[in-house]
Write a protein that binds this ligand. Sequence first.
Ligand code: GLY
Length: 334
Amino acid sequence: MNRRKFIQNTALTGAGIATGVSAISCKEANTTSTKASNTATTLSKPNYISISTWDTESANTASGELLAKGKPALDAIIDGVAVEEANEENTTVGIGATPDREGNVTLDACVMSPDGDYGAVVAVENIVHVAALARKVMEDTPHVIMASKGAEEFAYTQGFKKQKLLTPASEKAWKEWLKTSNYQPAINVENHDTIGMLAMDTSGEIAGVCTTSGLGYKMKGRVGDSPIIGSGLFVDNEVGAAVATGMGEEVLKTVGSFLVVELMRNGMSPQKACEEAIHRIVKKGDRYKDFQVAYIAMNKNGETGSYAIHDGFTMMKYQDGKSENIKSDYFNKS
Ligand code: GLY
């Protein structure tokens, strides 16, 4: 059994050498890297690579193993995030997710393909695999975003099953929340949040996906950054891709993922681009102390980066048979 390692991201120093390693679990991986930082792991271009937000090892490994078999990036990431969408224990995506304040679980998702296509669904109920549904919108409709009941009805025409998303556990937690009805999104939700996943396949093509239930106990009808092109996710196959997690309102106001990709287009490393996108948020004032935002990114060379406002954010990386959980550097060191 391999011990999964947290690899301290040393990007700010530019040193490219691991500075901290601590084992946190004993899940299987083909091999486990023990050094190499977030920005310097790619001394040569990887054959394929999948990265995802948070400690989503099963999902990211599923994607990585499909890439290893030569599957296209888009197929790999949709199947990858499906692992967590179906995981009832994960309270931020798919079945078992935290509902809005009226007890409705509503999901948002989007995908972007290597050819720059985009599809999204917002505020969808009763469908678990909304990332796959977003792909259907992209590929099988003349539209790019479908919402709510229309998206749900479209799902049934495409063979998706109707499933109750509010589980006994999420219902119990919601009823407990109702006792105070205090809306204060946690900075890091159980070390999970939106799942964003980016992959480059063996042909060098990049695709991305984002799937979430949004902020727990949000107002009915609230939509965050995750399904919105350029905010929650952006892919430009000539440059790279970025995906966001955390307080969607702040990502939306800075069009964060598009910003990261454009900074990479202008020569920044994925790491520096993620840092700059976070700085655009925190420089607005002290409110950042109360919320988390994080970005992960990759460029066309398979180099990656991640950065968050607060401590606690991690990124999974599966590259050429190796799975790593990379502890992200962060802004708020006070
Ligand atoms: N980033 C997820 C949301 O704000 O909905």
